[in-house]
Design a protein around this ligand. Sequence first.
Ligand SMILES: [Zn+2]
Length: 455
Amino acid sequence: MHRAASALGLSLLLACGQKEPNGVALIGATLIDGSGGPALPDAVVVVRGSRIESIGTRAGFQLPERTREVDVSGRWIIPGLIDAHVHLTDGNAGVLDWALPRYLAFGVTSVRDVHGKLVTALELRDALGRGTREGPRVYSAGAMIDGLPTTYADAIGANRPADARKAVDRLVNAGADFVKIYTRIDPALLGALLDEAETFNLRVTGHLGLTDAVAAARAGIGSIEHLTGVPEAASRSPSSLYAAHYRSFFAGWTAFERSWAGLDSASLARVAEELVRNQVILVPTLILHETFSRLDDPALLGDTILKLVPEAEQRRWNVPDMIARAGWTAEDFAAFRRSRPQQDLFLRQFVRAGGTVAAGTDAANQMLVPGYTLHRELELLVRAGLEPRDALLAATRNGALVLGKDSLGLLAPGNVADLVVLSRDPLADIRNTLALEQVVIRGRVLSPDSLRAGW
Ligand SMILES: [Zn+2]
């Protein structure tokens, strides 16, 4: 019986082997492969299983066996996008399920989850990796490490260097992909934490508060979120900023965000060069700064894109409550807006000095719609002075760099088959990354329209 069943299975497999395609050849698009090199016109990308099998041009191309042809003439192919700063779980709400199909529908095939509920976040990552759930690839910090008292209840707290090491060990045992530290980590804690993380070959990223960006860079931090620690490093008198970080999270954030307008460009340039020298990757999340600087703008709150956000989620966001908790006034918002050009200036200095920028958003925090917001971040990076090509690299190759994952963000034989087909040229206008026709993740071709139909 067992033998007969196997024989039948084998013959079915052989029969299928002659007919059923197990690969796709995308023929005729202009390929922007994520290397930063020139685009390849009239390209052929062959995807088999979950990997890219070959890349070439139409001239002389012969369709391999078991391969379905898809004509994508007149289109553009880019690597699947990477959002380098997201949150997929919430202390109260658990997994933000609604966010997952939105990432895919907007061409975001990988996300870097920089804090959540430790076990919930890592279980979600594993379920998506196994394919038992549909959504982007997830690389997760699990829960972040913060000084005591921690800003968030689900963070891991540490007040002494020995405890900071233990906190890293806990993340290692839980299976976190990297370490995220928060505002209350001071230089002494950071030193111990970096040393322990290095032992386990884990990257460390920081939303800095009590440690300035240059000190963190010299200590060996891998990346910095939200441009934090930059004003503290550039200011001649950072003591009021540190006092604010000690007072409370929102006091620290408000003082940090307001301080940019008073910083001089020579000091900012010096910080930029120091970060480049220490090979720190920046995840500036300009869309977070931009959005929070306009929370008093009725046009922002009435944005039609919010139709993409379930009502329950909009209630969780509760923007008026956040503004009240932060104590933000009209004057604060005006000051935040004055800071934006300085943040852009700093980013230009950093890029000109040879620095690496990865695109991240902080979705799904208030008003930051998963997936869509990454396209807004690219637009803001271009507005800050990056070339469209470099903005695109920020959401592809550089996202892979900050994760330390070679196979992502670069379309090359053997790499994962995560890519996006666009109907318009993103190098002509970065907003064309929104002209999404098809999204391929792990070799599976998805249509953004049918994903949207499932909402
Ligand atoms: Zn965040």
